[in-house]
Design a protein around this ligand. Structure first.
Ligand SMILES: Nc1ncnc2c1ncn2[C@@H]1O[C@H](COP(=O)(O)OP(=O)(O)OP(=O)(O)O)[C@@H](O)[C@H]1O
Ligand SMILES: [Mg+2]
Length: 495
């Protein structure tokens, strides 16, 4: 079904054309008409299938660009996602002149206050900073018509739930509430229904929770072998653009440095970096200045970066849902992708739990050998040479070639040239700080340590407290960090 068959305003239809969309995705086709009737809605569809536009259209449709009040809010777990959603909402509102402003932690609040004075219709925000503005009375949500929780299950996880409640208390009773995510665990949905009015559920039925265009592999490795395994995969698979997920911020820092040491261009992103650094890293990744992004789960949800060809789960995620979102950074909007998950022997129960959730068995692949990695790099050298031949751009070197060939066997000359051209697998010794394997028990030591560290750092924006594969306990871990004026609660442990 096409957007033109929807009962939407001409300006929004024109905007979808400008965005390059003609056919609707299933979640758009099924949820937009339902949302337009004004009911509350829980929308669930696979990663990369256009959920943003599915809530964006009804939100922009409802907004009056001439009204002075804020009319809609979208809340997201990470700053990058708040920025991205604002971007998409502004694209949808382009002709209708409905403006969206992104409001998130780590950015100058005075700048945001100036933006707010220009009376945007929609706010795309992270919860901590939104609450900060509500308390300062620089944002009033008393007239909003609609609120969307993007990545709803994540938003309703323990670390965010209190903030969400507080935000909702500042909105009118008769608001429309929409929840979207690729995953919606039962208990969380149950929780959500408490603040919704008889929500309709729009769930795109698929055999698997994950996108079939993503090839899902796992490799059995010992902790000490992981890094060699990673670089060998990189040498063989030559990802155009890849994300490597690590469990903690320290891990991400170490991995990034280790990759650089072995000659790979890599940048890292996590919640302890300044926002300007986070912005810079993401920009460099999107603009193809670096091919490898090493990230905590801060980059697991919602980010839409085109042509991410590979996702490497260097460490297993804390919960099976995160796996779904992490690998969903590839295989978006009909493209194919590949994911490889590193599993240490004691972590096998987690693998099975992931497969149970996704309903998609992963395929075992072997850790490549040094020889295989070398072969991969030799192939690159051959391709480089061939493409130079095709480009016909080597004539300035012909005299030198003649000299070489007069004294040497031609095969030897080409072999030597290939050796020089080949980036032979780098075996620089790398030592990463040992990460304990994911525990099957509650509250592993590993998590305890990372929380302590996080509480000294501030500047992140979420809390993974008390979560694990086997427990979603509500224990305790709310922390009050030292981020913006101590008002934005510390939300970060492993982001
Ligand atoms: N109808 C459409 N036709 C073509 N492309 C589309 C359409 N709708 C959305 N897209 C594109 O698909 C990509 C994924 O969309 P989006 O980020 O909204 O996915 P999502 O379902 O929210 O994924 P996630 O669960 O990872 O957040 C975007 O690049 C978007 O521009
Ligand atoms: Mg999304």
């Amino acid at each position: 079904m096409k957007f033109s068959e929807l009962n939407i305003s001409e300006e929004i239809l024109k905007a979808t054309e400008r965005m390059g969309f003609t056919e609707m995705t299933p979640i758009q086709e099924q949820s937009i008409p339902v949302a337009e009737t004004g009911v509350d809605l829980i929308g669930q569809a696979q990663t990369g299938t256009g959920k943003t536009t599915a809530f964006g259209i009804p939100m922009i449709e409802k907004a009056d660009p001439d009204a002075a009040e804020i009319q809609g809010v979208v809340i997201t777990p990470t700053r990058e996602l708040a920025i991205q959603n604002a971007h998409e909402l502004n694209a949808i509102g382009y002709y209708k002149k409905v403006r969206t402003v992104a409001i998130y932690g780590g950015q100058d609040i005075q700048k945001q206050i100036r933006d707010l004075k220009r009376r945007p219709s929609i706010i795309s925000a992270t919860p901590g900073r939104l609450l900060d503005h509500i308390k300062r009375r620089t944002i009033r949500l008393s007239d909003i018509k609609m609120i969307v929780l993007d990545e709803a299950d994540e938003m309703l996880n323990m670390g965010f739930i209190d903030d969400i409640h507080e935000i909702l208390e500042n909105t009118p009773q008769e608001r429309q509430t929409l929840l979207f995510s690729a995953t919606m665990p039962g208990p969380i949905q149950h929780l959500a229904e408490k603040f919704m009015k008889e929500p309709k559920k729009v769930q795109i039925k698929a055999k698997t929770l994950t996108v079939s265009l993503i090839e899902q592999n796992y490799v059995k490795v010992r902790e000490a072998e992981k890094f060699d395994a990673l670089t060998r995969f990189l040498d063989i698979q030559l990802p155009e653009r890849a994300i490597v997920f690590g469990r903690t911020k320290r891990r991400v820092d170490e991995l990034m440095r280790a990759l650089q040491k072995r000659g790979y261009e890599a940048e890292g992103i996590h919640g302890d970096l300044t926002q300007s650094k986070r912005d810079l890293v993401l920009r460099r990744f999107k603009q193809d200045e670096v091919k490898l992004l090493v990230a905590t789960d801060v980059a697991a949800r919602g980010l839409d970066i085109s042509n991410v060809t590979h996702v490497y789960n260097f460490d297993l995620p804390q919960d099976p849902e995160s796996y779904v979102h992490r690998i969903g950074r590839t295989g978006r909007a009909g493209k194919t992708g590949m994911a490889i998950t590193f599993i240490t022997p004691s972590e096998f129960p987690h693998l099975r739990m992931i497969e149970k959730l996704t309903k998609q068995p992963m395929k075992q692949v072997q850790m490549p050998s040094y020889q295989e990695a070398l072969l991969g790099q030799q192939k690159v050298a051959v391709e480089t040479l061939k493409s130079s031949l095709e480009k016909d751009n080597y004539h300035a070197y012909e005299l030198r070639a003649e000299e070489l060939l007069s004294d040497n066997d031609p095969q030897d000359v080409v072999a030597a040239a290939l050796k020089v051209l080949t980036k032979e697998p780098d075996t620089t010794p790398i030592r990463l700080t040992h990460e304990a394997p994911l525990s099957v028990k509650r509250g592993s030591n590993n998590r305890g340590r990372s929380q302590q560290r996080a509480s000294h750092n501030g500047g992140g924006n979420r809390d993974r407290g008390g979560r694990g594969f086997y427990s979603r306990n509500r224990d305790n871990d709310r922390r009050h960090g030292n981020s913006y004026r101590g008002k934005e609660r510390q939300k970060s442990n492993n982001y």
